[in-house]
Write a protein that binds this ligand. Structure first.
Ligand SMILES: Nc1ncnc2c1ncn2[C@@H]1O[C@H](COP(=O)(O)OP(=O)(O)O)[C@@H](O)[C@H]1O
Ligand SMILES: [Mg+2]
Length: 404
């Protein structure tokens, strides 16, 4: 009998996951508030429901007479809705409690602290006066962020010459509950991991050096410019980071599910910045991880969600091919023309290119990750070659803008 898989959220980055699910012979349901969301037209069943609203999602399923056999989210940070749907239909997912903690950076940090997982110093901030007291006690640099947002929205680095009032207001404006927190800024290489937890055993095929070469250009915002797989950290450090990602997954009590980690290696020691209980965005799980390692993470995550037996051997990388992913950052303004696309499309080193802007669009100054104008991915015989190929492709694509 054909089984039903629900994707909560139908954005563009979810689309390859949906295609894969179709290839697995599944009937695909997608829920999204937006009927025009990219996955809606290709889904077997499109349900209109806010991805953050678990009750509405369950109601939409019931109204449509649908019963999912599995529920996942990919590139959307909605584990609470996934957990609620899973509970309502008796499916495999992280628990409601785990999802709740993962959606609240303070609750998550409290949990990590309680379980001895290394994290930066942190504290809730209740007002700008309170922030000043914290600065007096802890010094600079700090990171000020909303307790419950995502995509680096409202996250800024606060240094001596920064404006605490502005940083507080910026973070607050992106928190649905108006809650702000501060953390010690930890310098050092940043890493993305993606793990699959199968009956409590953690596998981490996803490992990428996050590229922050634009840290200063876009300061005080944190704008990641892409990632490199398998990255350039020594094997020993990589092992320590993967072990910490596993510790984070265990601390969140994930027994079966996906954990996406943001970690930093500061002065040789790995720390967890956060862990999300969902499949990654940015085509990490759908493109770069499989390309680099041979592990089809999404396929296994879907099997896990369906309650199938997961082939655990298939979660261990069979290779470590250099893969480089880079975002496009045109100058702000109105797009007048875009050149070089054909040349880049013909480049055999480029295996993915997606442009998110077209002539006539207005590009705002970049302040968070959803604001990026496009993405491409390359391979190469060596990490350096993959990076050079990406650099060349990024330079070839000329997105010309006029200042507004
Ligand atoms: N304490 C920190 N030290 C260093 N960098 C940080 C710290 N906190 C956040 N960042 C940077 O800011 C980015 C966004 O912050 P994060 O807490 O992951 O929020 P989001 O949920 O929006 O991704 C991180 O990926 C990281 O690059
Ligand atoms: Mg993050």
């Amino acid at each position: 009998m054909t089984r039903n898989l629900l994707f909560v959220g139908g954005g563009i980055e979810t689309l390859p996951g949906l295609t894969l699910a179709h290839g697995m012979g599944l009937r695909v349901l997608v829920s999204d508030r937006n009927p025009q969301a990219p996955c809606m037209a290709v889904a077997d069943v499109a349900l209109i429901a806010d991805t953050y609203d678990g009750a509405a999602t369950i109601q939409a399923l019931k109204d449509a007479g649908e019963r999912p056999d599995g529920v996942v989210c990919l590139g959307t940070d909605v584990p609470l809705t996934v957990a609620l749907v899973a509970r309502a239909f008796d499916l495999v997912s992280v628990s409601y409690q785990t999802a709740r903690i993962a959606m609240d950076k303070l609750a998550m940090k409290d949990r990590f602290k309680e379980r001895g997982v290394p994290i930066p110093w942190y504290a809730p901030v209740t007002s700008t006066d309170h922030l000043r007291e914290l600065i007096a006690a802890e010094g600079f640099p700090l990171v000020i962020k909303p307790v419950d947002s995502r995509g680096a929205r409202g996250v800024t680095r606060l240094t001596e010459d920064g404006d605490p009032d502005w940083a507080y207001a910026c973070a607050e404006s992106f928190s649905p509950t108006r809650r702000v927190m501060a953390e010690r800024y930890l310098s050092g290489p940043q890493i993305s991991t993606e793990s699959l937890v199968v009956n409590g055993k953690v596998y981490t095929p996803g490992f990428s050096d996050r590229n922050y070469e634009f840290l200063d250009r876009y300061a005080p915002f944190f704008i990641e410019n892409g990632g490199d797989l398998p990255g350039s950290l020594p094997e020993e450090t990589r092992r320590a980071v993967k072990e910490l990602a596993a510790e984070a997954a265990r601390a969140l009590d994930v027994r079966n599910g996906v954990v996406k980690g943001d970690l930093v290696v500061s002065e040789g020691t790995p720390y967890v910045i956060e862990a999300a209980v969902r499949m990654s965005g940015g085509y990490f799980c759908t493109h770069t991880i499989p390309k680099s390692t041979g592990v089809e993470l999404v396929r296994h995550a879907i099997h896990l969600a369906l309650g199938d037996k997961v082939d655990e051997n298939a979660l261990i990388p069979v290779r470590e091919n250099p893969v480089c992913q880079r975002y496009l950052f045109p100058e702000p303004g109105r797009v007048i023309e875009i050149e070089g696309l054909e040349r880049v499309r013909r480049d055999p080193a480029v295996f993915y290119l997606e442009l998110r802007v077209k002539p006539g669009d207005v590009i705002a100054p970049i302040q968070n990750h959803p604001g990026r104008a496009g993405v491409l991915m390359t391979t190469g015989a060596t990490a350096e070659e993959a990076r050079a190929n990406a650099r060349r492709a990024v330079e070839t694509i000329q997105i010309k803008t006029t200042p507004q």
